[in-house]
Design a protein around this ligand. Structure first.
Ligand code: URA
Length: 442
């Protein structure tokens, strides 16, 4: 196979055959296609897109060039949830233990920060000692024992996504429907799931801000899953402002722990419960949405959901004491309140500059091997539509030092707009997409 010919064809708007995608990914995983050629191919795909046949061929090639979980022996249904990426989106950290504590097995395979969006693995690894590089054998054993594992793509599982994900992050090729669909679905299909719930973010902070594009992404992923034997439900949710209050790895881990203890911010809990209700119904544990919600509220109130998180952390080498005392999480060296510069309505809290500032503070990566500073970030209490007085604290900046505080201040000045009138934010959950079509939920 001459890789330059394939790149050339894609660069010029042509198509690759399934056998060519398969050969390309096999050679990439074997180390015969260097990163610079794969990066060129990713840019060509970003520019010209892929049709559904090509997206499916790429997804299948990524999934097959690696080991896969085999979980058919488990008595429980196997259901996972995955988001297309956002700022402050920590629902996975809450849903995996919550749903698994209610009797559905959750083999969750997540990613790291991508572009300006955060990653579940980076948030989990803010817990001292916590490992996410779990082998398939260990993942199986952990699922049998406690019904939940939270792991990443590895040299063993979907190795192609591990490399391509890091390249996309470094080459501004994250925002592509076929690349997002193949990245997510290759991982999900390797998990041997019976059901999958997708959180498709839309709005200015999403990798696919536009509604039509978000619906196309949802439709593509639902079709990919269903045509490969996995029932998929996708919800479109708002990413025109950060979800919850915390943005930053340890800060989001702490907010997720509070949510599992019954003290989560209302917007975060609305999205979490909507996704969890779909997971529980797909898992055959809840009869309908109301039943699912009652079960989740009970699991939180009784402490059973938080205990499950403790078990997962302990099984993966982390300090389970973090659930009772989140102060064991890494702390920032400097922090400062950010005050409203005028009185009025909070007109917008734009997630993109906040996500980018988190990277500049050291909480995300510019290059694949950049280390992460887990303690830095923001807690933003102001939400679009809130009335604030001049000088009222509306956020806190957490940074390594004074220079970082200045970076945080500048980002919040850009991101938070205060005006005489409030815009209407997007509905938190707006559409539900299944193989039967799209329904509006708001
Ligand atoms: N999550 C992933 O795993 N991949 C993407 O491309 C986006 C979000």
């Amino acid at each position: 196979m001459l890789v330059t010919r394939l790149i050339e064809r894609k660069r010029d708007g042509g198509r690759l055959e399934p056998s060519e995608w398969s050969a390309l990914i096999r050679s990439y995983v074997a180390g015969d296609v260097p990163d610079y050629q794969m990066a060129a191919m990713l840019m060509a795909v970003y520019v010209h897109g892929l049709d559904r046949t090509e997206t499916a061929a790429l997804t299948d090639a990524m999934r097959r060039n690696g080991a896969q979980l085999s979980l058919g022996h488990l008595a429980a249904a196997r259901v996972d949830k995955h988001s297309t990426g956002g700022v402050g989106d920590k629902t996975s950290l809450i849903l995996a233990p919550l749903v698994s504590s209610l009797g559905v097995a959750v083999p969750m395979m997540s990613g790291r920060g991508l572009g300006h969006t955060g990653g579940t693995l980076d948030k989990l690894e803010s817990i001292p000692g916590m490992r996410t590089d779990i082998t398939l054998a260990d993942a199986r054993a952990q699922l049998e024992r406690i019904g939940c594992v939270m792991m990443g793509q590895s040299a063993e599982v979907v190795p192609a996504d591990r490399g391509m994900y890091a390249l996309r992050n470094a080459t501004a090729t994250c925002e592509s429907v076929p690349l997002i669909a193949s990245s997510i679905m290759s991982k999900k299909l390797a998990e041997d799931l019976t059901g999958l719930v997708l959180d498709i973010k839309r709005g200015s902070g999403s990798l696919v801000p536009d509604l039509d594009e978000a619906l196309e992404l949802a439709g593509t992923m639902v079709w990919l899953g269903e045509s490969r034997g996995c029932t998929v439900v996708a919800l479109l949710t708002a990413m025109d402002r950060p979800l919850g209050r915390a943005v930053g790895n340890a800060l989001e881990m702490e907010e997720a722990i509070h949510a599992l203890q019954g003290d989560g911010p209302p917007d975060l809990m609305t999205v979490t419960f909507a996704l969890g209700a779909e997971m529980l119904q797909l898992g055959g544990v809840a009869a309908d949405g109301d039943d699912a919600r009652r079960r989740m509220e009970r699991a939180i109130a009784s402490g059973q959901a938080a205990r499950r998180l403790q078990e997962v952390i302990e099984a993966q080498g982390g300090n389970p004491g973090v659930v009772d005392d989140p102060a064991v999480l890494p702390q920032a060296g400097a922090c400062e309140l950010f005050e409203a510069p005028r009185r009025g309505f909070v007109a917008r809290v734009d997630p993109r500059p906040i996500g980018r500032a988190l990277i500049a503070l050291g909480g995300g990566r510019e290059r694949p091997d950049d280390p992460i500073d887990p303690g830095v970030g923001f807690v933003i209490t102001a939400k679009p539509g809130d009335w604030v007085e001049r000088g009222e604290p509306i956020a806190t900046i957490f940074a390594r030092d004074d220079a970082g505080i200045e970076v945080g201040r500048a980002a919040l000045r850009t991101a938070i707009g205060i005006a005489d009138e409030a815009d209407h934010p997007l509905p938190l959950v707006s559409h539900r997409v299944t193989i039967d079509g799209v329904t509006r939920t708001a």
